[in-house]
Design a protein around this ligand. Structure first.
Ligand code: 4NP
Length: 146
């Protein structure tokens, strides 16, 4: 595995955390794996991750503040070996956009019984981000170690 792309809807809450956690692990372990993230939607292109995602990342020693949201392109399906959707709707959007099924997995497959990673953006306040962080961290590290 040489490259992993994490994909959610807006690329401002969940996938930036998976991206940051994975990049941190790659850097600390001197691995030759390219990591990136993006969204299937275009609403937040160019924006920093949302405030609560930056905050929960900082609490865990992962700085995601320099990331900027981008939308997925067809080129991504050629460039990345593994594409990780955060929930079923992301997976279904990715398939519609032409992502090869063989490259596609859901993050929850790696340690959370293939569950969706819930989007804390619209509910739960900061607590939702803490819960989601734990799931993203466990699954992302399991993926990298697999
Ligand atoms: P994400 O969360 O997919 O985890 O980045 C979202 C944040 C905002 C929106 C969608 C998803 N939005 O439509 O504004």
């Amino acid at each position: 595995m040489k490259s992993i792309l994490f994909v959610c809807l807006g690329n401002i809450c969940r996938s930036p955390l998976a991206h940051g956690i994975a990049q941190d692990y790659v850097d600390k372990n001197g691995l030759d794996i390219k990591i990136d993230s993006c969204g299937t939607g275009s609403w937040h292109v160019g924006e920093t991750p949302c405030e609560n995602s930056i905050k929960v990342g900082n609490l865990h020693g992962v700085d995601i503040s320099k990331q900027r949201a981008r939308q997925i392109t067809q080129k991504d399906f050629e460039e990345f070996d593994v594409v990780i959707g955060l929930d079923d709707s992301n997976i279904s959007n990715l398939l519609k956009l032409g992502c090869p099924q063989s490259k596609l997995k859901k993050l929850g497959f790696y340690g959370y019984e293939n569950q969706d990673t819930p989007d804390p953006y619209f509910f739960d306040g900061f607590d939702g981000f803490e819960k989601v962080y734990e799931m993203i961290e466990v699954c992302t590290l399991n993926l990298l170690k697999s």
